[in-house]
Design a protein around this ligand. Structure first.
Ligand SMILES: Nc1ncnc2c1ncn2[C@@H]1O[C@H](COP(=O)(O)OP(=O)(O)OP(=O)(O)O)[C@@H](O)[C@H]1O
Length: 680
């Protein structure tokens, strides 16, 4: 247990085309931290034969991941996104567009691929571009049933080959005749000229048969499902199709226009799924064209570069009847062309992805299946034994950052599974064990976590970390970078004579909007707790070493403590670090990433951490830190002050805190209102 100190996705060809689980295997884990994981039921997560697809059929259920069957269909492999799965199934039946918003690595592209699997394969079509004898810059476009395209092109090629052979034979016969005649009549010069003339006429003045062969611009004969095309980050040409530049353009060496046509992602996704992640990164003109393509179900291909000869070519409309799956995080919604969003909303579904799921036995079964899926997809790593499975689930709990939940940021979890499996493989182990997972956690650290580690080492080297004694106006705050890298964030406060109007709280350290607002809110607490007129002074707050900026309001209690310490000249304990948001009424409100923040404090040598009481259940620190750090949950700012500040006269200070807490409302209203809370 953590040590907690309570107060706690027709054609007949011719030269001119016609139109057309696992049962519970209770085991026990060795560490206190994981006692809840021990009843993770393995047997219900296995399939009918109780084995994984990559293992022999009759496998003994030993609680390992090889006892688990991986579903065939991708849609059945998605875990924790039941609402999204239901919507995707519905959208696939109704051929509706979908927008999925949510955290990276939670299964958006997986769901889009799964949707392509659900679409009917019978509807697939091949698309051909034919030369147009009336207007060579407007190639003719035809669709045929999937698989027919290749046959048509081959038949055209065979026909062209026959014609070329006939023409070459004719040239040979005529040349031999002329040369023979010249040899008999001794008219050498005339003979050579006549032979050259006939050769040129037949070779170049007749249409080039190979130029009449149509081009297969879209084919789906190789895919087992409807097409899934990922157009993420595509430039206009790759998305909407393009016509290549022809450096020769005339003189018999040119490439015909239809042969230079290249289909775009929207055409390759015809009758399938077009997936665009980070939709907001597509330029607005591309989003506008995408909208037109969605509305019309067809989109002519033209050269995208104005300077290319391809720009003169514009095909007949090319079919692009796709289902659009747009994805991104919340910013994607803002950066999206409003008309495109409205099209998806009006003709489809919007899904907000889950990033955690409740830690229930049923969901643990699903998580175990996820582990088996990742092992099967990798194809190289050994299966996980029970201890390794439990450790992965334990890590999923930690990463959820929420009490009683498992993370659904499964790309990252997949990474951990692969690294652990690789370690086991290198050792030639039959199964991956808990030891491999623990080692993988150390190896597979995020960039942010590595930066944080480096920062902690450097501050130690330069003796910048203050983790003992007391200081006025300096408080060890805690921050989290990315999703899993905690760091100690010292905050300093200093009081200066007022400049201008005075009474300003001036904060530096690349603070973003919410962080700045939280500083303003701290002003209310200062007035309330110090009772001082701050019109004659300015309060400077400095966030130390925040080169990547500060977002969020989780440093509010730290800022308040530093400012009060500076205002009242009361020293602050440096063996304590703290994190917590603050209401203007003094309530300490929950924040994110508490586990990682506590671990960072412990790594830095800090002995006690103050966290919001509401976050207590979210804490799941690693065994190695359990004995070295004390976690103190707090609900009100005065509890923070009481623990962190070291006044000369403690009795007087505690009395003052009591008085302030008792008198606030009444002193403002000028009436006596009984307090509803007792400060101890
Ligand atoms: N809900 C899930 N169920 C099962 N596996 C998942 C799930 N979410 C992610 N994964 C695993 O993580 C991998 C990456 O997920 P995916 O690419 O679908 O995430 P994403 O949400 O599209 O992320 P991004 O926005 O970064 O592209 C998947 O191939 C799969 O192995």
């Amino acid at each position: 247990m953590n040590r907690v100190n309570e107060p706690s996705e027709k054609e007949n060809f011719s030269d001119t085309p016609d139109t057309d689980h696992i049962e519970p295997v209770p085991e026990t884990l060795t560490t206190d931290n994981k006692s809840e994981e021990t009843d993770a039921p393995i047997a219900e997560a296995k399939g009918a034969n109780g084995t994984s697809d990559n293992e022999p059929d009759q496998q003994v259920d030993d609680g390992s991941s090889r006892s688990v069957t991986v579903p065939e269909k991708l849609i059945d492999q998605v875990i924790g996104q039941e609402h999204a799965v239901e919507v995707i199934r519905k959208a696939a039946t109704q051929r509706r567009h979908v927008m999925m918003i949510g955290t990276p690595g939670t299964g958006k592209s997986m769901l889009a691929k799964a949707m392509a699997e659900l679409l009917p394969k019978e509807e697939m079509q091949d698309i051909l571009a034919y030369p147009n004898s009336d207007d060579q810059n407007e190639p003719i476009i035809r669709t045929v049933k999937s698989g027919r395209g290749k046959e048509i092109v081959s038949a055209h090629k065979a026909e062209a080959k026959k014609k070329i052979q006939f023409r070459n034979t004719l040239i040979m016969i005529l040349m031999i005749g002329i040369i023979g005649y010249a040899f008999i009549t001794y008219q050498w010069l005339m003979g050579i000229i006549a032979a050259a003339f006939i050769f040129m006429a037949l070779r170049y003045a007749t249409p080039r048969e190979e130029q009449m062969v149509p081009k297969l611009i879209v084919t789906n004969d190789k895919t087992a499902t409807a097409p899934f095309v990922d157009a993420t980050g595509s430039h206009a040409g790759a998305l909407l199709g393009d016509v290549r530049h022809d450096p020769f353009q005339s003189g018999g060496l040119e490439t015909p226009a239809h042969d230079r046509v290249e289909a775009g992602a929207i055409h390759r996704a015809h009758k399938g799924v077009l997936f665009v992640d980070e939709i907001n990164t597509l330029g607005l003109p591309s989003q506008q064209s995408l909208l037109t393509a969605m509305q019309e179900g067809e989109f002519a291909i033209t050269g995208q570069s104005e300077r290319s000869s391809g720009a003169m070519v514009r095909t007949e409309p090319v079919p692009c009847d796709f289902v659009m799956v747009a994805a991104g995080n919340l910013d994607a919604v803002e950066g999206m062309h409003p008309a495109l969003r409205s099209r998806i909303r009006g003709n489809g579904y919007e899904i907000y992805m889950e990033d955690t799921m409740p830690d229930t036995p049923e969901n643990r079964e699903k998580f175990i299946r996820f582990i088996a899926q990742e092992i099967k997809n990798d194809g190289m790593i050994p299966h996980f034994d029970r201890s390794a499975i439990d450790e992965v689930i334990h890590e999923a709990k930690r990463r959820s950052n929420r009490k009683g939940y498992l993370t659904l940021k499964l790309r990252d979890m997949g990474g951990l599974i692969r690294v652990a499996g690789d370690l086991a493989r290198q050792e030639g182990a039959e199964l991956t064990t808990r030891r491999h997972v623990l080692e993988a956690k150390k190896t597979a650290r995020s960039i942010e976590d590595q930066i944080s580690g480096q920062m902690i080492r450097r501050t130690r080297e330069y003796e910048l970390a203050v983790v003992e004694g007391t200081e006025i106006g300096r408080v060890n705050g805690l921050a989290v970078m990315g999703s899993d890298a905690g760091s100690v964030l010292p905050i300093m406060a200093a009081i200066t004579p007022a400049q201008g109007d005075g009474g300003n709280i001036i904060a530096t350290g690349l603070l973003k909007e919410i962080a700045q607002e939280s500083i303003k809110n701290v002003g209310a607490i200062l007035k309330r707790f110090t009772g001082k007129d701050i019109r004659n002074i300015d309060i400077h707050i400095q966030f130390i070493g925040t080169y990547q900026g500060v977002e969020g309001d989780s440093a509010s209690i730290t800022v308040a403590t530093a400012a009060i310490s500076a205002l009242e000249s009361i020293p602050v304990r440096q063996d304590i670090a703290m994190t917590g948001s603050l209401s203007v009424r003094g309530d300490v409100l929950p924040v994110g990433g508490v586990t990682y923040k506590i671990e960072a404090a412990a790594r830095a040598g800090i002995r006690k951490v103050l966290i919001p009481k509401a976050n207590l259940g979210d804490v799941l620190i690693e065994d190695e830190f359990i004995s070295s750090i004390e976690i103190i949950p707090v609900e009100k700012i005065d509890e923070v002050l009481k623990i962190a500040l070291v006044p000369d006269n403690r009795e007087l200070f505690l009395d003052k805190l009591k008085t302030i807490a008792w008198s606030t409302t009444s002193s403002i209203l000028g009436t006596e209102i009984p307090a509803t809370r007792t400060v101890v």
